[in-house]
Design a protein around this ligand. Sequence first.
Ligand code: Z2T
Length: 831
Amino acid sequence: KQAAKKTIIKNKSAEIVPAVACTTKQMRQAILDRLHKSLATEESKANNKAWWNATCYAVNELLFEKLTDTQKSHSGHDTRAVNYLSLEFLMGRLLSNNLHNLELFNVAQDALKGLGKDLYEICEEEPDMALGNGGLGRLAACFIDSLATLGYPAIGYGIHYENGLFAQSFQDGRQIERPDTWREYGNPWEICRPESIQHVPLYGYVETVIDENGISHKVWHAGQKLKGVPWDVPIVGYGAKTVNILRLWESRADEAFDWDVFNAGGYVDAQVEKSKAETISKVLYPNDSTDEGKELRLIQQYFFCACSVKDILRRFRRAGNKWPILAEKVAIQLNDTHPTIAIPELMRILVDEERLDWNFAWSLCEKIFSYTNHTLLPEALEKWSVALFEKVLPRHLEIIYEINRRFLETVEQKWPGDNDIKAKLSIVEEGSQRMVRMANLCVVTSHKVNGVAAVHSELVKTDLFPEFDQLYPTKLINVTNGITPRRWLKACNPALAALYDETVGKDWVVNLDKLKDALPKATDTVFQKRFMEIKRDNKVELVNIIKDLTGIEVSADAIFDIQIKRLHEYKRQQLNLIHILTLYRRLLDNPDYDMVPRVFLFGAKAAPGYHMAKQIIYALNKVAEKVNSDKRIKGKLKVVFLPNYRVSLAEKMFPAADISEQISTAGLEASGTGNMKFALNGALTVGTMDGANIEMAEEIGAEHMFIFGLSVAEVKELKTAGYNPYDYYYNNPELKAVLDWLDTDFFTPGQPGALSDIKRSLLEYGDEYLCLADYESYCKAHDAIDTTYRNKALWAEKAIRNSAAMGKFNSDRSIEDYVENVWHLKKYPLA
Ligand code: Z2T
């Protein structure tokens, strides 16, 4: 067990009224009551898991009241709401976050202390709610926190995966995946709502029906039906003036539909059908940016969209509203193309079931939907084969054809006779295997399409959708990503949060720009000392965690250089690797090589089917083994790959980082959000001019970061001119030596060639991500890090400048941008 000994932060200004009235005594009694009356145990028998459950239940009692008040207020005011549709919500743990947002963290800490328990230790009992892959899912989680904090009516819609992102371990350095079981023994945060079950058709055929007036319409006869059971997770805003919900759909068999099978004596067959239906929400697909095109995945997407759209319309009808004002009450945000099928589903309901005129229904859809693009990588742009669509969703395919037919008419008007443009923009891609392009459907339908950082949104306009931008000049916009300062500073770094409370006032939690008031202190030696003492304490905590998890001993005096993110070639963990090899070689060549001791830390999961990503994990682990046990280098270099990187581990790594690695090939990281979390917690960035790094440099001052490598324009130039990695290999002896090293059995004794794949990808296979082109510049940036770190005052100044400049990257700001430019919501906080 990790020593969870954070400093207890006392609430200094007792005059501040907490969001929810609850004294330490009341909290203590509530926890005991839950332990006795809900968990049927007692103090002497309860383990930490029971204390965790009891504390969660006690929190729920306070929270549910605010939840019902909020929901009553929203339906009473018949509010316009945003419905955030996302296949992923990477929530992490909720206890500490909920306590902070209720402003009861200290109260609970004292209450548990009185019961002989440590709140930080109790929080460690909570399994992560890992219903997401990476940045996209975590962004959704930060956004619903901000929506609730700002008082906006919002619902997050997603899937109630039985198994979230796989748990990772290593066996001889190789990634092993095990199922994630976040709710095996129940989860206190979710409320089942059987009263809001939805039914979802699948497969079958489409019938054309002519009514008594001679007007034809389509009826979809399903071949199978699923039942969607909603589970609600309350989302408390900071200050508890709003508690929104995250509604997650679980798939079940629809007994009503299978009634015939039962009656025909097919009791066993019906049970088999049942387990098939339940597989739909069983598991999260572990691909972060590759599209798999699997039937089950399409059904997952449709299942969750159908449930969500029906739920949205149920609320709309319940308020007694009529169709003309649908778009005044409903905004639907599509988090990437994963929920695109919600578009033809809404059209189907309006046209086929409600019998609205096509043009009217379409005008509603255009106003309701908006879409966020999260990547330019071609392999991530979703396409579904027409054949699969026809089988699973025959009516939706017809609707998509009709949308496309009308759309291509407008293309014809704009570019008469230009068939190349039509072929490029068409929602249906022609070819040996006809495909539905989900991104094109999103852009055609949505009134706003946004990228997630300025440079990315620019590239969406110039490279990804240039013709769409000409056709719809105001549609493509930017909303730069952000992170919630509640989780990513207040909760995860209590000591730094307390220092800011004292320096700039407590308001920074909701107004992160306030941190700028600490800038004058960047050169104040007393402040620098306190700031760096907090960093050092956080590093000591991480040292203990590293020892517990891996047995590896590292020194808190070393530079903690961290790269944590999904494993992907475009993120270039392999560039980091070859730089580590470079340092290792320098040390072996010269045992007195002068460098500040460095600990390179990694955390990353690879998609289970992504061979090269798994090879990079293997290589890092093998290099780590060798380096960490090599006495010759006198502990100057350590490499640690922490297993099972996830939100709760991230919360311990960001506060302990000196260096943040943000080293993607320019133009490929849409935004990045870890970059913001690092800087907010006082790490300096070594990074390329990519994604949100560019905007961070504007805020911080590029001179306080270690910027290296080719720019977006230079990458383009090099690629057009014809990039040849061998040019760099033969011209840089250090680079050649480390790459050749990978062909030996130095890191994998008795198995020469075990790491050769990585060398091949960087040479023979063409080095798609330009690692070799950026290598020299990257090494120089690292030399500069070493030099700068030796100057303690200068480093402290830069660390403070980084942290205090993060105001822009508050997800509250991102949400206000969406509200102003896309959603147009009003706030309804409780009194
Ligand atoms: C994902 O996390 C991201 C993009 C995806 O494209 C898919 C996933 Cl699962 C389909 C990330 C981007 O890579 C990252 O740059 C960005 O910060 C994040 O989404 C949130 O926008």
